[in-house]
Design a protein around this ligand. Structure first.
Ligand code: ZN
Length: 128
């Protein structure tokens, strides 16, 4: 799926998604997509693609919960089955593990979703 936009070729969807997953501009992949932890840049400093108007809303937290839940819960059940941790250890380790994973996955999920919205020109912009 390569479309012409302003005379420039758009990367394939998979390329844009891979760039977004790594927190890079989905258009060129040469600059960061985010200005801070979750705030995307208004426009790419490398290719000038406007990205600040795209909104992923609740999709990124939803995807993060889906991914983190499918990692933490099976690991927690498996470990708890074969170990006899005191309750206070389990009540400390699992929430901290879940929190660490959420902090790691959330910006990647948002980058992935922003790149999909950008590449497909889906509604999700404040301009429309
Ligand atoms: Zn760019």
């Amino acid at each position: 799926m390569i479309e012409e936009k302003d005379g420039l070729s758009q990367p394939p969807l998979a390329t844009a998604m891979w760039r977004g997953l790594r927190g890079l501009c989905p258009s060129c992949g040469a600059a960061n997509l985010f200005a801070s932890y979750l705030k995307q840049v208004e426009s790419c400093p490398a290719c000038r693609e406007e990205l600040g108007h795209i909104r992923s809303d609740d999709a990124a937290p939803w995807l993060t919960i889906l991914v983190v839940g499918h990692i933490v819960v099976p690991v927690m059940f498996t470990v708890e089955r074969y170990t006899a941790w005191p309750d206070w250890v389990a009540m400390t380790v699992w929430p901290l593990a879940a929190l660490a994973l959420v902090l790691a996955v959330l910006p990647r999920a948002k980058g992935l979703l922003l790149s999909i919205i950008w590449a497909t020109r889906a509604p999700g912009s404040e301009r429309d």
